[in-house]
Every structure is written in C-alpha cells, then in structure tokens.
Design a protein around this ligand. Structure first.
Ligand code: ZN
Ligand code: ZN
Length: 154
C-alpha cells in the first residue's frame, strides 16, 4: 500500500504552516503523511493503527486533533459518506470545495474541481437565504481501473 510520501509536499506543508503561523506538530505531520501515503481514503482508526507503529502511546484524540487541524487548514478533505480522509489536490486552500469520486470497490478517491458547479451550488443556496457552512459533493461508483478489471475477468 502506498509508496514514499513526496518530500516536496511535506516541505510545502511545513512552509504553509509557518507562513500562517500555525504549529505543525510531529503528530500532525505524521497523520498528513499517512493520509498521503495511502491511495484510498483512510478512517481515523486506520490512521491511529498506523500512527501507533511510530508512536505507540497515540490515542484516538491524538488522531482527531491532528485531523481537525488538517481539515481546518484545508490540507485534507473528509469523505462524509464513508467518514474517512483524503489529501487535498489543491494544497491548503481555505474554504475550497470539491467534487469527490469514490470507488466503492477499491476505495480510491479522485478530487475534481469545477468552479462552475460550486458557483451554481452557491447561487442556489443563496436563493433560499441559506447560510451554508460546507458543501459535500460525492459521487459513488466504480473507478476506471476496477471496471476494466471486471471487464477482463468476464
Ligand atoms: Zn481539495
Ligand atoms: Zn476502484
């Protein structure tokens, strides 16, 4: 599973945090690395198990606090329908919404960004005088890799 985390990404994470004056603790960094290292969305408990390899004393709140921080800073997204986490493709942008394609077979998540879709959602929401806090746009199905595997197994 996964490979080597891109060190450029980690460097970018460190630089963004110091530019914003927020503290990147070793646990926060480690949780981010674990999320990037996995090619599917990770649940908090999967992350805890992985974190325990290097930090045996890690507890659920350790992971939840790290996840809250990473979400707040826009480094990761929560996949609401499966309560798991993926890294964000547009690094650390505050208040950015995206459309997630979630493969139910392999758990792979692809992030799409469509400004027109978001603008449309915003204008629909405004028409109702609604103060939104978050958009969740998730599509479930079978990814290209999994569906071509199914094809070849027929
Ligand atoms: Zn994103
Ligand atoms: Zn798949």
């Amino acid at each position: 599973m996964g490979g080597h985390v891109d060190q450029k990404l980690i460097k970018q994470l460190e630089e963004t945090c110091s530019a914003r004056g927020v503290r990147l603790t070793p646990q926060r960094k480690r949780v981010y690395e674990l999320i990037c290292d996995s090619n599917k969305a990770s649940s908090a408990y999967e992350l805890l198990d992985q974190l325990k390899v290097t930090e045996p004393q890690a507890k659920p709140p350790t992971v939840y606090r790290a996840l809250d921080f990473l979400l707040e800073q826009g480094f990761i997204h929560r996949v609401e329908s499966t309560n798991s986490f993926v890294s964000c493709c547009s690094f650390g942008e505050h208040k950015h919404y995206s459309h997630l394609l979630i493969c139910d077979k392999c758990g792979n998540v692809v992030e799409l960004q469509d400004d027109i879709l978001i603008a449309l959602l915003n204008s629909n929401v405004e028409k109702h005088g609604f103060q939104f806090s978050n958009h969740v746009i998730e599509t479930h199905g079978t990814c290209q890799t999994c569906s071509s595997l199914e094809e070849s197994n027929k």
